[in-house]
Design a protein around this ligand. Structure first.
Ligand SMILES: NC(=O)c1ccc[n+]([C@@H]2O[C@H](COP(=O)([O-])OP(=O)(O)OC[C@H]3O[C@@H](n4cnc5c(N)ncnc54)[C@H](OP(=O)(O)O)[C@@H]3O)[C@@H](O)[C@H]2O)c1
Ligand code: SF4
Ligand code: SF4
Length: 381
C-alpha cells in the first residue's frame, strides 16, 4: 500500500480509502439490503492489508452504513484507522441540530471520536445557510471536546464555489469528485491544485465515476490503452491518472465485492505520484474523447436556461441521457430519472414549450425537441 504524508495529519494516510457507500447487497423481499457479514469481512480485510482510511456518511445505505462501519471497527480495528464521516447539513435547521446529529453519529459508529468530520456535499446554497447557523463555532467546540479531530468538507458544485469555500477557513482537508471524465467539472483539476497550494490535503470520491468508467469500457477504449508500453486495465489507468497528482491524499473507492477490493489493493500497492508520462497522458485524452464523442446533447451545464418556469431540470435531464449513452448505463439513468426527476417534479414532461430556455442557450440546443426525446428515452421500462 502506498501511504502519503501531510503535515496537517499526525500519521501517513493510505492512498486507497474504502468508501462505505457501495457495500455488497442481497435481495430481501423487494429491497436490496447490505450483506452485513460480507461488508464487515471486506472492511477488515482492507485494513489487514494496509487501508487506514474509512469513509462513511449519515445517510449511506439507508442510514445503515455508519452502523455497519461501527461493527466492522470493533475488536481493535477502530484504533488502526482514520475514520471519516459527514454532517448531513441539509438536515440542520438550527444550531442545536449540529450537536444532535454528531452525537447520534458517534452512537451509530460506536466510537468516542471521529477523525475526519466533513460538512457533507457542500454547494453554494448549503454553504451560505450553514454559515448563518454558525457552523464553525459548532465544529471548533466539537474539536475542543475531543469528539472530532480534523475538520473538512465534501463538495458538489462549480469551481468558483469551491474556491470561495476553500478560502473561507483553515480546513484540515477536503473531498472532491474527480476522475478522467470530470477533470473540468465540479472542483476541477485546477481546484485540486489550488487546494494543494494552500496545504489542504484532498480526498477523491467517485474516481471511477461511481463505477460507470469500470462498466463502460469498450473494445475501442481497450485498443487505446493497449498502445501503452505497460499493460494495465482500464480501471487501473483511471486510478493511475489520479494518483499521479501529489496533492491527492486519499482516493476513495466503494467496492461492492471482494474481487474489486483485492484488485484495488493490488493497484494501490505501487501507486506513485508524478508517474504518468506525456504519452500516457495523451492516451487518457484519447479515451476521454471517445467517451465525449458519444455525447447526444451538447449541453455544457452552464445553467443559463435556468430557472425554467415549469421547474424542468434541463441540464440534469440532458446529463442523464448523455451518461446513459456514453457509459452504456441506460438502466442507471432511467432509475435516476424516475427517482430524482419524475418523483421530484422536475422532469422533461413538465415542459410547456414557452421557449424561454432556447433563447438563453449559448449552445443553440433545440431544448424543447431534445427534452421530448429525453423523456421518451428515459421513461422506457
Ligand atoms: N461526500 C459525497 O458527497 C460523496 C459522494 C459520492 C461518494 N462519496 C464517497 O466516496 C466513495 C467513493 O466513491 P464511489 O463509491 O462512487 O467510487 P467509484 O470508485 O467511482 O465507484 C465505485 C464502483 O466502482 C466499481 N469498482 C470499484 N472498484 C472496481 C474494480 N477494481 N473493478 C471494477 N469495478 C470496480 C464498483 O461498481 P459496481 O458496484 O457497479 O460493480 C463500485 O461500486 C463512496 O463510496 C463514498 O464513501 C461521497
Ligand atoms: S421551453 Fe420548456 S423547458 Fe424551456 S423554459 Fe419553457 S417550460 Fe421550461
Ligand atoms: S443553457 Fe444550454 S448548454 Fe446551458 S445548461 Fe441549458 S441547455 Fe445546457
Amino acid at each position: 500500500m502506498e501511504y502519503r504524508k501531510f503535515s496537517k495529519f499526525d500519521k501517513p494516510v493510505s492512498l486507497f480509502g474504502i468508501g462505505c457507500m457501495r457495500f455488497p447487497t442481497i435481495k430481501e423481499g423487494n429491497e436490496n439490503i447490505v450483506d452485513e457479514a460480507e461488508a464487515i469481512k471486506m472492511v477488515r480485510y482492507g485494513i489487514d492489508n494496509g487501508v487506514n482510511y474509512i469513509d462513511t456518511a449519515y445517510g449511506y445505505h439507508n442510514h445503515q452504513s455508519e452502523v455497519i462501519v461501527g461493527k466492522a471497527l470493533a475488536d481493535g480495528y477502530r484504533e488502526k484507522v482514520y475514520l471519516a464521516t459527514k454532517s448531513p447539513v441539509w438536515l440542520v435547521e438550527k444550531y442545536e441540530d449540529f450537536d444532535r446529529l454528531l452525537d447520534e453519529q458517534l452512537g451509530k459508529l460506536n466510537t468516542d471520536y471521529i477523525d475526519f468530520y466533513l460538512l457533507h456535499a457542500l454547494n453554494k446554497e448549503r454553504w451560505d445557510k450553514i454559515n448563518e447557523l454558525n457552523v464553525f463555532d459548532f465544529l471548533e467546540k466539537a474539536k475542543a471536546a475531543g469528539k472530532i479531530r480534523y475538520i473538512g468538507f465534501s463538495f458538489h458544485d462549480n469551481a468558483d464555489a469551491f474556491r470561495e469555500i476553500v478560502d473561507s477557513y483553515d480546513w484540515d482537508m477536503c473531498q472532491i469528485q474527480l476522475n478522467i471524465m470530470d477533470m473540468h467539472e465540479q472542483a476541477t483539476v485546477e481546484g485540486l491544485k489550488y487546494a494543494g497550494s494552500k496545504g489542504i490535503p484532498v480526498v477523491i470520491m467517485e474516481p471511477l465515476k461511481g463505477g460507470k468508467l469500470a462498466s463502460g469500457t469498450t473494445p475501442e477504449i481497450e485498443a487505446v490503452w493497449n498502445k501503452a508500453t505497460e499493460k494495465r486495465t482500464h480501471v487501473e489507468w483511471a486510478f493511475r491518472w489520479l494518483y499521479n497528482f501529489p496533492e491527492i491524499a486519499v482516493i476513495l473507492s466503494g467496492v461492492s465485492s471482494f474481487e474489486q477490493l483485492k484488485d484495488n489493493l493490488r493497484i494501490f500497492s505501487d501507486a506513485k505520484a508524478n508517474c504518468m508520462t506525456e504519452s500516457e497522458l495523451a492516451l487518457v485524452e484519447e479515451v476521454r474523447q471517445i467517451y465525449l464523442d458519444k455525447t447526444k446533447v451538447p449541453c455544457t451545464a452552464c445553467e443559463y436556461c435556468l430557472p425554467c418556469p415549469s421547474g424542468v431540470a434541463i441540464p440534469g435531464v440532458f446529463n442523464l441521457v448523455n451518461s446513459a449513452i456514453m457509459y452504456n448505463d441506460e438502466e442507471g439513468s432511467r432509475r435516476m430519472y424516475a427517482n430524482n426527476f419524475v418523483k421530484e417534479n422536475r422532469d422533461a414532461s413538465l415542459c410547456v414549450e414557452c421557449g424561454q430556455c432556447e433563447e438563453a442557450c449559448p449552445q443553440n440546443i433545440q431544448i424543447i425537441e431534445d427534452l421530448k426525446m429525453s423523456h421518451k428515452f428515459l421513461s422506457v421500462d
